[in-house]
Design a protein around this ligand. Structure first.
Ligand code: NAI
Length: 332
């Protein structure tokens, strides 16, 4: 048996976890989940945000599936999601947005993969109050971190038979930080003559994404732009409930839905588990269960043939549990 660490998360996390567990019961793979709480739920039960046993489990297993974890806004503890990315140096956040053909969306055939740098930029949360009326935040960009995410993205374009890599930045204004990221992109692009390398300023990239999404293939960008632009790609394919991701380096891989813990619908059997299930598919592929990953992907896609079996966020009538049962029926 291969062990995988599973964080059950907050808000809709437990419902998504149940969905994955029910499906994996049917798949009958030689995989077992080591289940832990982290974040708010864990804090309420044990006083610890990230229990030491959970971290030890990740260190043993190297692969983990994580349901969304709540981060209080403006005050309270810092993000556990950011802490996990930092603890394991998960420098690459890869977010593939693909259309489900059955869904009514503005555009068909979206297929855009975002590579988001995951360890620096404004996201490091180095902020301070200068006075009661003035706050500053540090935007840190290093050559080493830029280099590894850009190189990974170029390698991915080649390996996956894709054609183009777009670098997103604001180097016209942030000449040192984003300037460094762009300079590294241009330098590395010389090693990949078969990849079409282009760069766009983030505001223009946002507009182009919503007007001409077919112009994009693979994209690479610093942390904060990746956070925002990947919500745009989620919107293009039908919403946050559909976008999976992996946060990884060469040793560890953490699979999670892009969305958060959705406290507004938690415990109401309303959450769409698609993004979390697609993250589990990516995990299966990573673990060399490619056939099983493809089987689960087909079952999810087939479930969208009958919109009645889908959740309300995409126009359906089913709850999380009913959607999960439909996916299980479609596995056969
Ligand atoms: P959110 O993604 O949780 O929710 C935004 C909107 O999308 C809500 O209306 C929600 O109901 C809806 N939504 C999200 N996922 C859905 C799903 N699977 N099915 C149906 N509807 C869905 O974003 P929000 O409200 O900004 O954040 C809530 C909490 O989640 C915060 O504490 C935030 O810090 C945390 N968060 C955690 C993340 C993670 O664990 N990786 C990522 C993003 C936010």
């Amino acid at each position: 048996m291969r062990a995988i660490t599973l964080f059950e998360g907050d808000g809709i996390g437990p419902e998504l976890t149940q969905s994955v567990l029910s499906i994996f019961d049917v798949l009958k793979l030689p995989l077992e989940f080591e289940r832990y709480d982290a974040g708010l739920t864990s804090f309420e039960k044990t006083g610890q945000l990230l229990p030491a046993e959970a971290l030890a489990s990740v260190r043993r297993n190297k692969v983990f599936l994580k349901a969304p974890i709540t981060t209080p806004v403006a005050s309270g503890f810092r993000s556990i999601n950011v802490a996990l990315r930092k603890e394991f140096d998960l420098y690459a956040n890869i977010r593939p947005a693909r259309s489900l053909p059955q869904l009514e969306t503005r555009y068909k055939d979206i297929d855009i993969v975002i590579f988001r740098e995951n360890t620096e930029d404004l996201y490091i949360g180095e902020e301070e109050m200068i006075s009661a009326d003035e706050a500053v935040a540090i935007k840190r960009i290093t050559r080493a971190a830029s280099h590894r995410i850009i190189r990974l993205a170029f390698d991915y374009v080649l390996r996956s038979g894709r054609k183009k890599l777009t670098c997103v930045h604001k180097a016209n204004i942030l000449k040192y930080t984003d300037g460094l990221f762009l300079e590294e992109f241009r330098r590395i692009s010389a090693d990949y003559p078969d990849v079409k390398a282009e760069d766009l300023i983030v505001d223009n990239a946002s507009m182009q994404l919503v007007m001409n999404p077919e112009n994009f293939d693979v994209m690479v960008m610093p942390n904060l732009y990746g956070d925002i632009l990947s919500d745009i790609t989620a919107g293009l394919i039908g919403g946050l409930g559909l976008l999976p991701s992996v946060n990884r380096n060469e040793e560890y891989a953490m699979f999670e839905a892009v969305h958060g813990s959705a406290p507004d619908i938690a415990g109401k059997n309303k959450a769409n588990p698609t993004a979390f299930l697609l993250s589990a598919c990516m995990m299966l592929e990573h673990l060399d269960f490619a056939d099983e990953g493809a089987r689960l992907r087909r079952a999810i896609a087939r479930t969208y043939d009958n919109i009645e079996d889908c959740t309300a966020d995409v126009g359906g009538k089913a709850g999380t549990r009913e959607f999960t049962q439909a996916v299980i029926r479609n596995l056969n």
